[in-house]
Design a binder for this molecule. Structure first.
Ligand code: C2E
Ligand code: CA
Ligand code: CA
Ligand code: CA
Length: 277
């Protein structure tokens, strides 16, 4: 009900938000962070390809603005530009940890919850400190958390970034490399990063059964990840044929509409019940 393709109308498509819209969006975003009834978290299941049990979740931010849902692909880049991503990211961390803590109190377990962290957050903010503080306050252990970075985020090898990465490793928080294959990380840097998860980008998953070249990229990525002792998560998996292919080729974890869309916490709880049956 709350997402869907035709609901993101107020602003143009992601890449090209005009200057005027950008300024307007930044103003509305500022209100949204104060209002507290416009921002919402959705959670998407990640499924073990062999057992079909829930492996973990990815948390994805949603913004309901003046009656419309605006895609994070549109507003996250704008918030990065203005620096608002730092405050927005804090909101995400705080509310994700609060949700995990509510689930813990109910005795529910969802594996690791993966939080997206963008380049600007990693470069300029106290994001890791915020995360560790929130984990302490909500009494959430590091085995309940993962963080996702894109290759391009990791390419900015600032001291701040490297510092933040080593603090994450010290705290035993799992690191996932997001949208893998769309950036330019060298393989030696990849090894050095010591990440636990590699997420194969949807664009390659789309090619399964369609393009031999994409299938080669998928299988090569799985083989490399195995060699580096990383687990592979396939993103944007929509069809049974894709699931079968990924399972057969040793991809551990599957995320996509085939198993479940990103959904609000309460919906996820009922999804859990029906999925377990
Ligand atoms: P991402 O991290 O690559 O997230 C995966 C995107 O793929 C999500 O889009 C998800 O809803 C979508 N998706 C998952 N499975 C399928 C599928 O089977 N088919 C299709 N067509 N799409 C699928 P979403 O939620 O619109 O988020 C877009 C991007 O916005 C994310 O891409 C991420 O880069 C960014 N984002 C979202 N939430 C946050 C956040 O809290 N913080 C930061 N920094 N970035 C966020
Ligand atoms: Ca992600
Ligand atoms: Ca991704
Ligand atoms: Ca992406």
């Amino acid at each position: 009900k709350q997402s869907g393709k035709n609901t993101y109308r107020m602003f143009d498509e992601s890449m090209d938000v005009s200057m005027q819209n950008r300024v307007r969006m930044q103003r509305l975003l500022k209100d949204a962070m104060q209002a507290d009834d416009q921002l919402m978290l959705n959670f998407q299941p990640q499924i073990d390809s062999q057992t079909e049990q829930l492996h973990g979740l990815e948390v994805l931010l949603r913004w309901h603005c003046q009656g419309e849902w605006i895609s994070p692909a549109t507003f996250i880049p704008v918030a990065e530009d203005s620096g608002q991503i730092v405050e927005l990211g804090r909101w995400v961390i705080e509310n994700t940890l609060a949700q995990i803590s509510r689930w813990q109190q109910k005795g529910l377990s969802f594996g690791r919850v993966a939080i997206n962290i963008s380049a600007v957050q990693m470069a300029n903010s106290e994001v890791v400190k915020d995360l560790l503080d929130a984990m302490k306050r909500y009494d959430v252990g590091s085995d309940s958390i993962a963080v996702e970075f894109t290759e391009s985020t990791l390419m900015v090898r600032s001291n701040q970034l490297l510092n933040n990465l080593s603090r994450l490793r010290e705290a035993k928080i799992a690191i996932a490399i997001d949208d893998f294959g769309t950036g330019y990380c060298s393989l030696s840097y990849l090894k050095e990063l010591n990440a636990q998860y590699l997420k194969i980008d949807k664009s390659f998953i789309d090619g399964i059964g369609e393009r031999y070249s994409d299938e080669c990229i998928v299988t090569a990525t799985i083989a490399m990840a195995n060699g580096l002792e990383m687990a592979v998560v396939a993103e944007g998996v929509e069809t049974e044929a894709q699931v079968a292919y990924l399972r057969q080729h040793g991809c551990e974890t599957i995320q996509g509409y085939y198993y479940g869309r990103p959904m609000p916490a309460e919906t996820l709880e009922s999804w859990m019940q029906s999925h377990a049956q």
